[in-house]
Design a protein around this ligand. Sequence first.
Ligand code: DX5
Ligand code: ZN
Length: 216
Amino acid sequence: MKISPSLLAADFKKLGEEVARITAAGAEMLHLDVMDGNFVPNMSFGPDVIKAIRPVSDIFFDVHLMIDRPERYIDKFIAAGADGVTIHFESTEQPAEVLKAIRAAGKKAGLSISPDTPAEAIEKLLPLADMVLVMTVYPGFGGQKLIPAQLEKAQKVRNMLDAKGLTAVDVQADGGIGLGNLSDVLAHGINVVVAGTAVFGAPDPAAVIAEMRKLA
Ligand code: DX5
Ligand code: ZN
């Protein structure tokens, strides 16, 4: 299991300290939720914020783009310090080209599906992805409740990957994950777990990460 705490739930007054804290706690990745107010009904931060926190840590920067036509901004996020860039299947007419561009830049390409998109929709794109992100809430806001049916969908994605021999591809789940449901999440073929509120909302994020490890 890799843990990717979502900075969306951190204290924005002291982002640098929060990144340092989560790095020291041993998280494998830092999940960076970028929202444009169009693809999702909320806004968060863009490449300049990512660039500002990049020197604080050498942890894997896992950038989740919830923006329309991400092809316009891939270069900017890579220049800002992304190690992996995840785009939404629903956000572009050219997902294959965008995934290829991310890989051509030497970064990990992620493909995400929102709750209403079936697993089958991305089957042909799987060979172009290093990670598949199955949203376990409707994208846009932290602190929501996990939708259990999405776990079945994640398992379906894992089965599709296995059937194609794409066993090295990560399956990530994002939204509403915490200590109470982590075991269930991990039982569905998911090996990368995003957690915002559960980690940054706790008084001691390092202790939560340690508890999560015990369940893996
Ligand atoms: C939702 C974001 C998630 C979210 C996770 O649009 O993609 O990464 O911040 O936060 P929690 O863990 O609080 O649901
Ligand atoms: Zn996210």
